[in-house]
Structure formats: C-alpha cells, structure tokens
Write a protein that binds this ligand. Structure first.
Ligand code: GDP
Length: 298
C-alpha cells in the first residue's frame, strides 16, 4: 500500500548520500520533498505540517550525531517522527475487571467489520480466550448469515437472533448477549454492528444505543485504508457520533495511497490497534507503529 510513498522518501534520502553536512538550504529542500511525498500519499494536511516542522527542527538542531552521515540522520529523524505520528507505543486491548470483556466494532458498511470480527475472535482464541461473536447488524438480510460463516471459519461461537423472529432489535440482542456470555463462560464478547455506505445519523444513533447497552471496554473503529481522503472525515464523524477507543485499519494489502489512514491516530487522538491485510483469517496483526514506519521506509 505504501510503495509510492516509500519510493519517494527513498529518493529524497538517496539525494543526500555523499553530502558532508546539511546546510539550511539542504534541510529546506529535503523538507519540501518530504512534504510533497506525504501530501501525494494523502496524509492529512495538519499531520504533514506537524511532521515537517519536527523534521526541520530536528535536522537543524543539536542532536546531529557524528556517528551518522546526513542521509542516515534524516532517515532516523523521519523514522522516529513516523513512529510518533502512528502512535508511538503498541496499544494492547483493555480487559474488563469482571469478564466478559466487550469489544464493539463500528464503521461504514464494507469497511471490513465482519471479516475483522472473525480475525479478532481467532486471535483471541489463539491466546486462550473464549470469545463469542454477536450479530447486531440486523440491517442487511445477509449480515447475520455472513457472521455465522465467519464464526464457523474461526471456530468460535456466534450469538444471533433466532431466524423467524422478525428483524429484531440490535440493542436487545447486544444486551442479551452479555447474559449468554456469562452463562456459557465466554470471557470476550465481540459485537458486530451495522454500517451504512455513508455517514448517517440513524446508524450513529443505533451504534450509540448499543454502546450504552453493553458498555464496551473497547470500541474499535474499523477503517478501510483504501478509501483515501474520506478516511479522516469518517473517523471524525464516528468519534463525535459514537466515540471509539481504538482504530483497526483494514485492506492494507490494497494499492491505494493509504496516507489518510496513517493520519487517523493524529487526527482523532485514538491509537491504531490492529491491522488487516487480506481476506483470510490469518491476514491480521496487532499494529506496531515502529514496524509500520520501517515498512514505509522500506
Ligand atoms: P462490513 O460491511 O464492514 O462487515 O465489511 P465485510 O467484513 O463484509 O468486508 C467487506 C469486503 O471487504 C468483503 O469482500 C471482505 O472480504 C473484504 N475485506 C475485508 N477485510 C479485508 C482486507 O483486509 N483486505 C482485503 N483485500 N479485503 C478485505
């Protein structure tokens, strides 16, 4: 996903090879090229501004080390600033003091929530947990069925309204799932919610009502990294409409520019916690800002 950004940044670094010391003019020119590379990758403007200011200040500052040549210095600074923008430390899941821990998924339709629900459940199961998936997307006729297939594939239980009971109330399903989880000794409850194609007040209202009913320890905003610049607006709408404690980036295997998704941590203040990079159950990992920065820098 970040091939173009990687190529552009590497060209900037290559241009610095063989330089003895960086003049202010060199630093300005490097900063300008990095700025263009970030903007072309769809990184949000406030993030680019902050990034460039930090790089300029540090490249001109006292921390210039004798052990590194100018190209290495700039790479080090860019790397560290990327890690910072991406959140610094890896953020782990928070668990309830009394099980079950509830994780609610929110995001637009097609963002990859249901797929992610299966991946997350499998990941937790591999760690020795006993998760249950809860089908609260009762909007699309096929959504419950889809979650059941995902659950089967992941080898985890699915709690869903009985077929034939009408459309059902997703808030009631969410609430009842907690009793079910306690009875059946599931220590983690993953609640899949309905999305719409665009931001919609009814969807936000429903997600907020589910949130209030189950009081999740984590609300994960699932964001399709392929959507480009809309990512930031969508993230802000969900932050304001439902609130979330973490972000999951999906479709990182795609060939879009991806920079908007990289901006989401900075723009919303919430950490990116997981990354999805394919349709298979195993195409999933805990998000490590340092590893992502290294990947971007090639
Ligand atoms: P939901 O509407 O948010 O529940 O989204 P789905 O989980 O149904 O995913 C929408 C589509 O995106 C499906 O075709 C998934 O197979 C696909 N998808 C989900 N995650 C990924 C991913 O990380 N990479 C790729 N390439 N496709 C994905």
């Amino acid at each position: 996903m970040f091939d173009t950004l990687s190529d552009r940044l590497n060209k900037v670094f290559t241009g610095l090879r063989g330089k003895g010391r960086l003049s202010q003019a060199d630093i300005d020119s490097v900063a300008r090229e990095i700025r263009i590379a970030l903007l072309e990758a769809d990184v949000a403007l406030p993030v680019v501004r902050q990034f460039i200011a930090a790089v300029k200040e540090r490249a001109a500052g006292e921390e210039v080390s004798r052990a590194l040549n100018p190209a290495q210095q700039v790479i080090k600074i860019v790397n560290e600033e990327l890690v910072k923008i991406l959140g610094g430390e890896t953020r782990r899941l928070q668990y309830a003091k009394q099980p079950p821990t509830v994780i609610m998924l929110a995001g637009l339709q097609g963002a990859g929530k249901t797929t992610l629900a299966g991946k997350l459940a499998r990941h937790l199961k591999d760690q020795g947990h006993a998760p249950v998936l809860v089908a609260c997307d009762l909007q699309r006729p096929n959504a419950v069925n889809q979650l059941q297939i995902v659950g089967e594939r992941a080898g985890v239980a699915v709690y869903a309204p009985e077929p034939g009971n009408g459309i059902g109330d997703p808030v009631a399903v969410a609430r009842d799932s907690l009793d079910f989880a306690r009875r059946a000794q599931h220590d983690m409850v993953i609640v899949d919610t309905a999305g719409r194609l665009g931001i919609d007040t009814e969807m936000m209202r429903q997600a907020a009502a589910i949130r209030d009913a189950v009081q999740p320890q984590e609300i994960l905003f699932v964001l399709d990294a392929m959507v480009g610049q809309d990512a930031v607006n969508t993230a802000e709408a969900f932050r304001d409409g439902v609130g979330f404690t973490g972000v999951v980036l999906t479709k990182l295997d795609g060939d879009a520019r991806g920079g908007a998704a990289l901006s989401v941590r900075y723009v919303t203040g919430q950490p990116i916690m997981f990354a999805s990079n394919g349709e298979k159950l195993g195409d999933f990992d805990v998000f490590h800002p340092d590893r992502m920065a290294s990947r971007i820098l090639g």
